[in-house]
Design a protein around this ligand. Structure first.
Ligand SMILES: [Zn+2]
Length: 379
């Protein structure tokens, strides 16, 4: 079904284009051309690039319906990659696609982009009737989901549900639940003094932080909740009682109440030292990075993705994940979205790879979803 040579060539073409986060102009322009050639009835670029200081916005393309009474479905992927992603040269060896040198491969998320394009191309070739289809290619997914966070929601109105093509795991895997994340930033403010001459005049901010950390819950809290201390710095020299120590930490949970409870516990641990170090202060800031979501297993999007996976000869499974994706933002402010696995492996490392078979299977899965959607309204 999938035109393998065409799909492999297109995947190689896509990963060769530099696309650092915030620098998606070149790939966005190429994707506009491709969407036009596939028959998109409208292609819009929003202003999210301005909000994040990038040189391109999110692309939202619409394919007008050729049949009435069908749900409006969206397929999404992101255009940016983590570093190192300059000069990617893809290589195929024994059914495994890797990069040739010291770069990532970029299957995260060009495997998703390629699958969407191939699915649409098959739809066109087969003259498959379809409802309204919306394709969203996001900027700046890496490092905080900022593209989908700033998407122009007037462009995503009326979408019944969507599929975010952006997960590791074998094609057939459906991710229906992901954690929310809070970032916790803290600064302990002590009092500077000479460590040899007048240590009793000082309040050591590093010790304040250490005291707080010793009582802070972290690591795996429970099945759906985790926390991490990611960064710390402070102090100037051994002969100075440190007056400042800074910390960055995070909490994640698939359960919003548990996320709040874990965040509160971390903040409480930080604040608790103020009473033990009179004159010292704990300044704590909590920023919501993204919110958790769970899509019920009997939701139409999951039933559709499962049936389509089986038609494509794949094993359909449904599970939660520990990572965030653009689906967090779509679920929050646009439309119900699940994440589909594309086979991308060891992502965000120079050892990243993609099985050739998984590339083609994901393309076929997208096409089968487009085909199966015809059965959702009695057609
Ligand atoms: Zn990704």
């Amino acid at each position: 079904m999938v035109n393998q040579e065409r799909m492999l060539n297109e995947f190689f073409e896509l990963v060769r284009i530099p696309c650092h986060t915030g620098q998606e102009r070149e790939i966005a322009d190429l994707l506009k051309q491709k969407l036009r050639a596939l028959g998109a009835s409208s292609i819009k670029e929003d202003n999210a690039g301005d909000a994040i200081g990038g040189n391109a916005g999110n692309l939202v393309a619409t394919f007008a319906p050729t049949m009435e009474g069908l749900p409006t479905i969206a397929f999404t992927a992101h255009m940016d990659s983590v570093e190192p992603c300059a000069g990617i040269e893809p290589v195929l060896n024994d059914g495994v696609i890797t990069s040739a040198g010291d770069t990532i491969l970029g299957g995260d998320d060009k495997s998703g982009v390629a699958a969407i394009l191939e699915g649409l191309r098959l739809m066109k070739e087969q003259q498959l009737p379809h409802g309204k289809i919306v394709i969203i290619f996001c900027i700046a997914e890496e490092g905080g989901l900022r593209g989908s966070k700033h998407i122009d929601t007037s462009l995503t109105q009326g979408i019944d549900y969507g599929f975010v093509m952006d997960s590791s795991g074998a094609p057939g895997e459906i991710v229906n639940s992901a954690p929310g994340q809070n970032a916790i930033r803290a600064t302990m403010k002590g009092r500077r003094s000479h460590a040899g001459v007048a240590p009793e005049d000082g309040i050591n901010a590093i010790v304040m932080m250490g005291t707080a950390l010793a009582r802070m819950p972290y690591g795996r809290i429970d099945e759906e909740t985790t926390a991490n201390i990611g960064f710390i710095d402070g102090g100037i020299a051994t002969n100075i009682v440190a007056d400042e120590c800074r910390l960055q930490a995070e909490a994640r949970s698939r359960n919003a109440d548990k996320l709040q409870a874990q965040t509160d516990a971390m903040v409480a641990a930080l604040k608790s030292v103020e009473s033990e170090f009179p004159g010292g202060h704990a300044e704590v800031e909590v920023v919501q990075v993204y919110r958790p979501y769970t899509i019920a297993e009997d939701h139409p999007s999951i039933r559709l993705a499962k049936r389509a996976a089986e038609k494509a000869g794949l094993t359909a499974t449904v599970k939660g994940t520990g990572g965030g994706s653009d689906a967090n933002n779509f679920n929050l402010h646009s439309f119900p979205a699940v994440v589909l696995a594309t086979g991308m492996s060891k992502v965000h490392t120079v050892d990243e790879f993609l099985l050739e078979a998984h590339l083609y299977q994901t393309g076929e899965w997208v096409y089968r979803i487009l085909e199966e959607v015809l059965h959702t309204a009695g057609h």
